[in-house]
Design a protein around this ligand. Structure first.
Ligand code: BMA
Length: 334
């Protein structure tokens, strides 16, 4: 177990939860999902666009799990805070092999919107990339072999290659438990991926004792690519903590800065978490309490960074910070 887990974790003083939180909840969605969370957000064609995860059950919260299914919803906003949800979900994918698509992340590259997603299949969890221009049709460009998820794309080619962060789950070779790390891969065309390198290992994150994974797609700053990740600590003494029978994990969010030209180099990482579940909508009343799961990050001209995150696997929230503060936070221990 890592050292810092002995003391209580706290969110950084540099981050502010938006007073409108949760910015999207099941009650805001016309087709009545039970949970609305883990959204991807980008600025696209002059508006903010959000693709969010909907988990459906039957009529009541108690019946949602384990019989739920998932589709993806769509919302637009002029300010990134108040959202108008479209009347119908924009994407669901079920067939003989594919069970559901979830946890979307959006990246705009050269004017087109790319969506990374996780896919549960009968033969493992796959990470996918699709492209859309209208959020009605999605062309799937690539699907990884199992098990992999939490893919995020950088918003431009780096050194001539498209680049992504991802989180394979090598259970067999990591001791048969969650010991999962973040990787970086490159592609000439967004279809064929390789040249993979370990980016950040779980044991390098002082407040994780379980697994880590990419959060929102990285944003470009003069000092490097700023990117969030989720970090999980497991405490076997935790018990029922949400609608599930037992939930022993906590998901916090971390932040790091990657080298601009060679993003497989971590320039700096905050040694304490950026965001820890503390607000009531993060710690109570949800499907899995004590979860914050960042999936969208927008850098405004003012220097404000909007960080979108799922809370308690039940609602979608927003926190803001100043980009220079976040960079300083990553570099202060270097
Ligand atoms: C992860 C993913 C996320 C989810 C989180 C907490 O493994 O499944 O979609 O938010 O667990 O339940």
């Amino acid at each position: 177990m890592n050292a810092n887990l002995g003391s209580p974790l706290q969110s950084s003083a540099l981050i502010t939860r938006h007073p409108a939180n949760p910015i999207l909840a099941p009650k805001d969605v016309p087709y009545h999902p039970a949970m609305v969370f883990n959204a991807g957000v980008a600025k696209y064609q002059g508006k903010y666009v959000m693709v969010f995860r909907n988990d459906y059950g039957n009529e009541s919260e108690e019946q949602v799990y384990p019989s739920y299914t998932t589709n993806l919803g769509l919302a637009f906003s002029d300010d990134g805070v108040a959202w108008t949800v479209q009347p119908m979900p924009c994407w669901s994918w079920h067939d003989e092999e594919i069970q559901r698509v979830y946890d979307p992340r959006l990246t705009v590259i050269e004017g087109r919107c790319y969506i990374c997603f996780a896919v549960d299949t009968k033969h493992g969890v796959r990470g996918g990339i699709a492209v859309t221009d209208d959020f009605q049709s999605f062309e799937v460009l690539s699907l990884s072999v199992p098990d992999n998820r939490n893919m995020v794309l950088f918003p431009e080619k780096i050194g001539g290659h498209y680049t992504r962060l991802e989180r394979p789950f090598p259970v067999y070779s990591r001791g048969g438990v969650d010991r999962f790390d973040m990787w970086l891969s490159r592609s000439p065309d967004l279809r064929y991926w390789g040249d993979s390198q370990l980016l950040l290992a779980v044991e390098q994150v002082p407040y994780a004792n379980d697994k880590i994974g990419p959060g929102a797609p990285p944003i470009k700053t003069e000092q490097g690519w700023l990117t969030t990740f989720h970090a999980v600590d497991l405490d076997p003494t935790r018990g029922k903590n949400g609608w599930e029978a037992s939930w022993k994990k906590r998901y916090t969010a971390g932040i790091m800065l990657l080298d601009l030209e060679n993003p497989s180099q971590v320039r700096g990482m905050s040694t304490s978490p950026l965001l820890v579940p503390e607000a009531d909508y993060e710690v109570a009343g949800g499907f899995r309490n004590n979860v914050v799961f960042p999936g969208g990050m927008v850098l405004e001209e003012s220097g404000e960074v909007k960080i979108y995150y799922g809370a308690a696997d039940t609602v979608e929230c927003l926190a803001t910070a100043d980009v220079h503060d976040l960079i300083r936070l990553c570099l202060e221990n270097e």
